[in-house]
Ligand binder design. Structure first.
Ligand code: PSU
Ligand code: MN
Length: 298
């Protein structure tokens, strides 16, 4: 055992999993579903034998881990904090900054946390050639040596372009017991993943090898459980409606994703909410198991 590994075993009782806060804030899910999402994700990580650590900026301080009495705040109104906003949120003492995937990965990496769970990753937006809108989530995956578990990328993105970008950035993309890249609410997108895995032991071995070789991000793409999935054609129709609605309001930049997520709730008559909750919980559980497997492989 290395000195670092033995120190970790002495100082930490459990492997840890970082969770982002944007999905639990008013920017991600409507109340009271966001609190349910938070509770289900915390439970799923704990049930796997790991410790959930919610990332956020509270009272101008970066946080990795929040107390139960702070959960209401995590589920309340927030300002969105991507990686570049972290320093501003601290410097200006923001009351509550909800961290996206990119900010959460930065905080997780700084805290030595190797596994992170989210709902759906941000990525290359449709029409990116005109707008230039590519989520900072992708750059964060390219930079930080952390395993991210997500239900693929958000369905309203250009998923093919998102996969291309992940390849360019040398992010390892692993389909979790699937050959297809999941489309968030839908189990399949019609796009193949480069590799698929069946077990968390495989993920741990691949991540360790990637990091030993100087690599950074590993993305485990897990389809939403069958019972809660929405058919790809149905969600695509809702996406068309939601994107048209969001475009009509002239929304731009960081506001696009929260606006489209909210419009999708309307376009699916609320059906996207239980799906979003189920996939977030599923990802958290898999992340917990991966964290345990990584600790065992130390
Ligand atoms: N997936 C969800 N709900 C969310 C998000 C993703 O189910 O709220 C958030 C994540 O925090 C992700 C962010 O990092 O959207 C991406 O925003 P943008 O597209 O502006 O980079
Ligand atoms: Mn963007």
């Amino acid at each position: 055992m290395t000195a670092r590994a033995s120190l970790r075993q002495v100082t930490l009782s459990k492997p840890r999993v970082a969770l982002e806060s944007t999905i639990f804030s008013n920017l991600g899910l409507p109340s009271p579903h966001n609190l349910e999402a938070l509770n289900r994700c915390l439970k799923a990580v704990a049930a796997a034998g790991a410790e959930p650590m919610v990332t956020a900026v509270l009272d101008g301080e970066t946080r990795v881990g929040v107390r139960p009495e702070e959960h209401q705040r995590i589920c309340g109104p927030a300002r969105k904090v991507a990686a570049r906003d972290l320093a501003v949120a601290v410097g200006q003492g923001w009351d509550y900054g909800a961290t996206t995937v990119s900010a959460s990965l930065a905080l997780a990496a700084a805290a030595g946390i190797e596994v992170f769970a989210t709902g759906g990753l941000g990525g290359v937006h449709r029409g990116w050639a005109q707008s230039g809108d590519v989520s900072a989530d992708l750059r964060a995956l390219a930079v930080h040596a952390v395993v991210t578990v997500s239900a693929g990328a958000k369905v309203f993105l250009d998923l093919a372009a998102t996969l291309e970008r992940l390849e360019t950035d040398s992010v390892v993309v692993l389909g979790w017991r699937t050959d297809e890249f999941p489309a968030f609410h839908a189990r399949s997108s019609g796009l193949p993943v480069p590799h698929s895995v069946e077990s968390v032991a495989e993920v741990a071995a691949i991540a360790r090898a990637h990091w030993r070789l100087g690599g950074a991000g590993v993305l485990v793409a897990a389809p939403v459980p069958e019972a809660d999935a929405i058919e790809f054609d149905r969600i695509e129709q809702a996406v068309a409606e939601a994107l048209a609605g969001a475009a009509a309001t002239g929304v731009q930049g960081a506001a696009v994703t929260p606006a489209v997520l909210a419009a999708l709730v309307d376009a699916t008559e609320g059906a996207s909410i239980p799906t979003n909750l189920a996939l977030a919980e599923n990802n958290a559980g898999i992340a917990g198991q991966i964290a345990v497997a990584l600790a065992a492989a130390d």
